[in-house]
Design a protein around this ligand. Structure first.
Ligand code: SF4
Length: 474
């Protein structure tokens, strides 16, 4: 998992009624909501572009804060495989535990309902999608079955070759390349197992073909910023120009995570820019200017000196806990193959980790039987998802996970309690509300995280003591 990647397909609104809602209300009035939704569902199911009507139903159900939905999510992220060919120093996931089971072409053929989804992300935060030997077949199938759907994914780019470029170029809407460095030495030090020259060659091969297509795929870069690589980020500009890549997302290295942490000697916790705030602000300001001068879109978190609030477990420029209404349980779903939990305990073959948000901000993955043909009943309207819809925006009875997501900066490496807060914000609460037994697999994962937290806290105290001693010595 790329721990600092913020999935940003949908950002919470600030309590304002979105434009589509207002148009929708005016067109149909609010008195006949039930009939309107029923009629739109009929239209959607007969439409060659059902995602457009699905978005309208979804917006209305969000406005009404319904907990039982007729609409599908607008955005779904699915991990088709959890194996990975890289060992990135900033990543908490253990790809070495992944074994072969994966979602293949037949699984996607068994999900005709995916046509209702506006954006389908074939990367849910774990693994390298191109390691799935059926990945190209899946893309070809989806492109043919749902030609208007926005298909996206994130990759380290190491496995792109001419054959893959032939198939993916122009068929996928956006590919985000996780690059995290601008020189060979830093890249290969951070992204264990990856080769800088291969990456550059692969991107050239891809773009050479891609840019001849009528609707080329947009390439974008993602950069997890640390003390190790922040000074060289600006060097990407000439490379981006030569490759015709026009956007980059820069995020902080997040030292906490939902997975047991395996701090790498290649990237110690103190490499987080939270330990270097003045320097970080200086570099981020300069980068913002450099990318803007180069006509490259650069998304980055607010400077430490800028006013900010917490949204999605990270520093943001908008909203406060009471003002932003989370739409995630209505319009997003993250689906993860059960495989990463196999090392914790045996899970049922038809159980998947499903969550309404990327679960990096708060640990609220749910173990749900992901019946591929009947997503709406089995997953989307499962009692667990309904509980989330009832409690994610309710200030008087808000889930701890949602409170955490709105109040705690998960990237704050200087806060040793982030992991503990995260633990407290776990899915266990949802099972309690439902009076259901907390699944063994999740219980075991919690235990492992807890042990890891204790170890981290000890390490943190050691760092704090060393720092104090150094200060005394000076
Ligand atoms: S944790 Fe709660 S508030 Fe945060 S994105 Fe998920 S559902 Fe929304």
């Amino acid at each position: 998992m790329e721990a600092s990647t913020q999935h940003d397909a949908y950002t919470p609104n600030e309590g304002r009624e979105p434009f589509m809602h207002r148009v929708f209300s005016k067109l149909f009035g609010r008195s006949s909501e039930k009939d309107t939704i029923a009629s739109l569902v009929k239209q959607r199911d007969a439409s060659p572009e059902p995602h457009i009507i699905n978005e309208q139903i979804n917006a209305e159900e969000l406005r009404l804060q319904k907990d039982e939905l007729q609409s599908y999510p607008v955005y779904i992220a699915i991990n088709t495989i959890t194996a990975c060919n890289a060992r990135c120093a900033f990543c908490y996931y253990y790809p070495q535990v992944a074994t072969l089971p994966r979602l293949g072409l037949r699984d996607f053929e068994a999900m005709p309902w995916l046509k209702n989804i506006s954006t389908l992300d074939l990367y849910g935060g774990l693994g390298e999608p191109l390691m799935n030997p059926e990945f190209s077949d899946i893309v070809l199938h989806l492109r043919q079955a749902n030609p208007f759907q926005r298909l996206i994914f994130t990759s380290n780019g190491q496995l792109i070759n001419k054959g893959i470029a032939e198939i993916l170029a122009g068929k996928v809407s956006t590919i985000t390349i996780s690059i995290n460095a601008a020189t060979k030495a830093t890249y290969e030090a951070i992204m264990g197992g990856c080769n800088w020259d291969i990456l550059l060659k692969n991107l050239e091969i891809f773009q050479e073909l891609n840019l001849t297509r009528p609707n080329p795929t947009t390439l974008s870069l993602s950069y997890v910023a640390t003390r190790t690589n922040i000074d060289e980020a600006g060097l990407l500009i000439p490379l981006m120009h030569s490759l015709r890549i026009n956007s980059i997302g820069i995020n902080h290295f997040s030292t906490s995570g939902i997975w047991p942490k395996r701090e790498s000697p290649r990237l110690p916790r103190t490499d987080s820019l939270y330990f270097h705030k003045n320097l970080s602000d200086e570099r981020f300001s300069s980068l913002k200017q450099q990318f803007s001068d180069a006509d490259i879109t650069c998304n980055m978190p607010p400077l430490f000196s800028e006013p900010s609030t917490i949204s999605f477990g990270g520093r943001a420029r908008y909203g406060t806990m009471s003002s932003w209404r989370c739409s995630a349980p209505w319009n997003q779903c993250y689906v993860c193959h059960p495989e990463p939990t196999a090392y914790l305990s045996q899970t049922q073959a038809d159980e998947y980790w499903c969550a309404p948000c990327c679960s990096i901000g708060a640990d609220i993955s749910l173990l749900v039987p992901f019946h591929k043909e009947d997503f709406i009943t089995q997953v989307w309207n499962s009692s667990a998802f309904k509980v989330m819809r009832r409690h994610s925006n309710n200030l008087d009875a808000m889930l701890r996970a949602c409170r955490f997501c709105r109040t705690t900066d998960k990237s704050d490496a200087q806060n040793p309690f982030v992991v503990l807060d995260n633990l407290h914000a776990s899915s266990e609460e949802i099972y309690k509300i439902l009076n259901l037994q907390f699944p063994d697999a999740m219980e075991q994962r919690r235990k492992i995280i807890h042990e890891e937290y204790q170890r981290q806290l000890n390490d943190f105290e050691k760092i704090a003591i060393t720092q104090r001693q150094e200060t005394l010595r000076r």
